[in-house]
Design a protein around this ligand. Structure first.
Ligand SMILES: NC(=O)c1ccc[n+]([C@@H]2O[C@H](COP(=O)([O-])OP(=O)(O)OC[C@H]3O[C@@H](n4cnc5c(N)ncnc54)[C@H](OP(=O)(O)O)[C@@H]3O)[C@@H](O)[C@H]2O)c1
Length: 382
């Protein structure tokens, strides 16, 4: 039986790290999306669309670039055409593309739409008027949203994913549920996305993703990021810290949070904030190409502080017991989980102890225009 306390006790979390600074390697775009694209970027977008879509001429690729948000209407079509070197016989004159098309419907393939995070993002995109194709392993489970269709596909099923990504441009890629072969599924999905001609992939990664991260699953996130980089797909990585929404469930039925986190700190982030940030990126992908954003809460907390905050907010006494490593493995042995999974559960806490989740980034306010939600504010809402 997998009760709430079991979930809580094992403390499964899917990500951790260091640094904390907003990283944005792209030279042509800022986190608030206020900057225009460089000529090189416009040309790259257009060339990629042209090559992948089998379009008749490059001007059509420019139109696709506009419609999908890769090229901004603010640039002006003639400027984009000039930048893309498509003026002349093989391209339409600027007047042939109407203003309606320039400001045309954004189409996004949204994975994870049945989940807590992807569902939030899908709802925001729908509210913004985007057209979506919602992907789930069981399409019947996806939420009913305006301008949204549903399709069944597993990341690890190339045939199904080819259908899901048919004619896709911007794609939200929510990391899969934990499994022994998750990385293989991720790689399969990325390969299909590359072959489908996807023009921008937004991947939900984990804070501090690195081959040497203490949190074992953060290594898989890094490997997924590397595979995306190697694929040549334009991307944005959203490296989420521990979900703050998840913290209440870390306390067992006895009100004790148990784990080997020592007095380390975690800048846990609200899923609503991640969803706001992800929606901003997905609705203006070209402005965030090549960027890696660390998405964290506004303050790093020890688990003692988490417990005290939970106690104040709920009226129930919650405490933190810093386990030793031996205690952590022993107390989780009862679940009979495979070694990789127990390692993931335990290493979530070890990453906190190691200070790998204490960094605080300014990416949430920069991307969303509002401050990151505090843990107290989050608890007041749920
Ligand atoms: N940062 C953290 O603290 C933390 C904690 C836990 C998990 N995570 C990671 O963040 C992701 C999103 O979190 P969440 O709270 O939204 O999780 P969630 O509520 O469990 O949702 C996971 C979503 O991913 C989809 N999915 C899972 N495996 C898939 C596969 N093999 N192929 C296609 N779709 C698949 C599910 O769709 P269907 O089930 O409908 O197919 C579901 O919509 C998780 O999947 C996990 O990788 C992060």
């Amino acid at each position: 039986m997998r009760g709430r306390s079991r979930e809580a006790h094992r403390g499964t979390v899917d990500h951790p790290a260091a640094g904390g600074a907003l990283r944005h390697p792209g030279s042509n775009a800022g986190p608030a999306g206020a900057l225009s694209l460089s000529e090189t970027t416009v040309k790259t977008h257009v060339a990629r669309i042209f090559a992948k879509r089998g379009l008749r001429d490059r001007a059509q690729a420019v139109v696709v670039a506009y419609e999908t948000g890769l090229v901004r209407a603010g640039d002006g079509l003639s400027k984009a055409l000039r930048r893309a070197s498509v003026r002349g016989r093989d391209g339409p004159r600027p007047r042939t593309v109407s203003a309606r098309r320039l400001g045309g419907m954004t189409f996004i393939v949204t994975t994870g739409a049945t989940g807590r995070l992807g569902g939030r993002i899908a709802a925001r995109l729908a509210a913004a008027g985007a057209e979506q194709r919602l992907v789930s392993r069981a399409a019947g489970r996806v939420p009913q949203l305006d301008r949204a269709s549903a399709i069944s596909a597993d990341y690890g099923d190339p045939e199904a994913m080819r259908r899901a990504l048919d004619k896709a441009t911007t794609v939200l890629f929510v990391s899969a549920s934990e499994s022994a072969d998750r990385l293989d599924r991720h790689r399969t999905f990325v390969d299909v996305a590359r072959d489908a001609g996807v023009t921008h992939l937004v991947y939900i990664s984990f804070y501090g993703a690195s081959p040497s991260a203490t949190f074992t699953l953060a290594r898989d996130h890094w490997a997924t990021e590397q595979h995306i980089r190697d694929s040549g797909l334009p991307f944005t990585f959203l490296r989420d810290s521990l979900y703050a929404d998840f913290l209440p469930s870390m306390a067992g039925e006895d009100g004790v949070i148990r784990g080997p986190a020592g007095q380390g700190r975690v800048a846990a982030v609200a899923q609503d904030d991640i969803a706001d940030a992800a929606a901003a990126v997905l609705l203006d992908p070209g402005a965030h190409e090549g960027a890696t954003y660390d998405l964290t809460g506004p303050r790093a907390m020890t688990l003692d502080e988490v417990a005290a905050t939970l106690s104040r907010a709920t009226g129930r006494t919650v405490t933190y017991h810093p386990e030793t490593l031996e205690e952590a493995y022993e107390s989780r042995r009862v679940y009979g989980a495979p070694d990789w999974q127990v390692d993931a559960w335990v290493s979530t806490y070890l990453a906190i102890a190691a200070g790998e989740l204490e960094g605080v980034s300014d990416a949430i306010p920069a991307l969303t225009g509002h401050p990151a939600t505090t843990f107290e504010e989050l608890l007041a809402k749920i």
